[in-house]
Ligand binder design. Structure first.
Ligand SMILES: C[S@@+](CC[C@H](N)C(=O)[O-])C[C@H]1O[C@@H](n2cnc3c(N)ncnc32)[C@H](O)[C@@H]1O
Length: 265
């Protein structure tokens, strides 16, 4: 599957993506909280941040196919306003809470410590693609054992697992985590892969305007989806290239011709 990777400002690069050509947008923009991404992208005041958010949203929405979907990672500080704007363009299906499973130590003593991201799941039309079977979670052995009474025997749902709820409890990536790259807000593959499997058909196209370390590109490459993505910072972009090449070239299975699949600009 092809991956088009651009070391470029998404707001200029997206213009080259054809309208109605993308199945799934995964957007993990700067949070508007002053994180250091080696550039000024997260140094906007609240008003400017919202104006910028409206700009990228208005640029990506036309790229979605009629049955396409968009996920956006946000925090509670700006999610109400950004969700409000997205609702003028798309239908909101879920607010997913990513519980980062932060250990109970330290944190704020003047308010409750914030340990979650607010992820918006939006669709272009009610006819959107959604494959729940691809993301079912197996029941654990204990639950299965508790359902051994005859009324549960042979029940398909017990075998196929349950559909994920809107609270996703997945540990953030610690410094020592095997997946971890040198990026301050890298997302776990488990979360991004769930979005790809549920909301992009096999062979379909994923667009990520803010690739960071390239988690969405890896998720797409591992699962036979096409990919187009943008990242401003050249150091992070180098990480994206490395991760995608490793994925395509067999570190995670497969042994394909990387050059023909990976198109870097
Ligand atoms: C929250 S991080 C994305 C993290 C990513 N999801 C991951 O798992 O590694 C946001 C990224 O957007 C990049 N960025 C900020 N403004 C941008 C722009 N206008 N175009 C492209 N990338 C941008 C930042 O450099 C940063 O790496």
């Amino acid at each position: 599957m092809s991956a088009l990777l651009y070391n470029e400002d998404a707001l200029t690069g997206i213009e080259r993506v054809a309208d109605s050509s993308v199945d799934l947008v995964i957007a993990d923009p700067p949070y508007g909280l002053g994180k250091d991404y080696g550039n000024d992208s997260d140094r906007l005041g609240a008003r400017e941040y919202l104006a910028w958010s409206r700009r990228w949203i208005d640029a990506v929405v036309p790229k979605l196919k009629a049955n396409g979907s968009l996920y956006v990672f946000l925090t509670w500080q700006h999610s109400p306003e950004v969700f409000s704007h997205l609702k003028t363009r798309l239908a909101m299906m879920n607010e997913i809470i990513w519980d980062r499973r932060v250990p109970s130590m330290g944190g704020s003593t003047r308010k409750f410590s914030s340990v979650h991201d607010n992820i918006g799941f939006f669709v272009k039309s009610r006819d959107y693609y959604f494959d729940v079977d691809a993301v079912r979670i197996p029941y654990d052995a204990e639950t299965k054992k508790a359902r051994t009474r005859s009324i549960f025997m042979g029940k398909k749902w017990l075998e196929v697992g349950y559909n994920p709820k809107d609270v996703w409890s997945v540990s953030r990536l610690h410094r020592q985590h095997g997946e971890r790259e040198n990026h301050p807000t890298q997302k776990p593959l488990e979360i991004v892969e769930r979005m790809v499997l549920a909301s992009c058909p096999p062979g379909g196209t994923v667009l990520d305007p803010f690739m960071g370390s390239g988690t969405s590109a890896v998720a797409a490459a591992r699962n036979g989806r096409r990919f187009v993505g943008f990242e401003l910072n050249p150091d992070y972009f180098a990480i994206v290239e490395k991760r995608v090449a490793e994925t395509i070239n067999g570190k995670h299975g497969g042994n394909q011709d990387v050059a023909s699949l990976l198109s870097v600009t």
